[in-house]
Design a protein around this ligand. Sequence first.
Ligand SMILES: CC(C)(COP(=O)(O)OP(=O)(O)OC[C@H]1O[C@@H](n2cnc3c(N)ncnc32)[C@H](O)[C@@H]1OP(=O)(O)O)[C@@H](O)C(=O)NCCC(=O)NCCS
Length: 209
Amino acid sequence: MRSVLLSTIRASDMSSALPPENERLQLPEGSIFSERLELRMVTYRDLHALLKIHRVEEVNRYLPFETWRGMDDAEIWFDKVRQRHRDREAIQWVICDRTSGAICGSCILFGYEHDHERIEIGYGLGRHHWGRGVAREAVSRLISYAFDDMAVRRIDARVDPRNDASNGLLERLGFTLEGRQRERQLLKGELVDVNLWGLLRSRWPQAQK
Ligand SMILES: CC(C)(COP(=O)(O)OP(=O)(O)OC[C@H]1O[C@@H](n2cnc3c(N)ncnc32)[C@H](O)[C@@H]1OP(=O)(O)O)[C@@H](O)C(=O)NCCC(=O)NCCS
């Protein structure tokens, strides 16, 4: 009885913590395309490909979850994604090569704040796909989607200062480094700083040049 009561309280706490229906993310109806890539919402069938990507230590080094050891880890991750989709609190895509259909990686929009017209972005690619401009193309397309289709005004990204590739990517895309939070997170047993990057819609056309 007590555990039933507690779970009821927890469930109601969680739903009251969510913004009202009309202030949550709209899930996209179809894929988003760029020249070489298709971004489509992740499904269970993508987990094998994502496991190949996230079982590599180097890929996961700066990501906020441990390196996956098997399908169990992939499924735990996917359960969380599904919950976030149900709550319309985040949108998780896989990044596919339009020619081969291969999954190169994934990207996410989350932390939407309707009143402040703001959202946060995240991404990760399989090791074999680094250095080919895939992230630039995918993240750039996602930025246009956020500004044009979601009408946000500002996009945030938080990055470990040691993650040269990710910091370099954001700079290349026209983000501004707005600050650094010291010892912001305990990541895999280590206290780490976080770089705060931001991009404004009013700056996006210029940033693309
Ligand atoms: C970060 C990541 C997505 C970059 O992907 P990528 O496809 O290799 O990046 P791109 O080839 O599109 O490079 C775009 C720009 O990023 C910058 N960049 C990429 N790799 C870089 C590196 N190792 N050092 C510095 N800058 C780099 C460059 O400015 C580059 O522009 P250029 O090609 O005109 O020089 C990839 O390294 C990755 O998946 N890392 C593991 C997961 C991760 O850390 N995600 C981010 C968490 S915040």
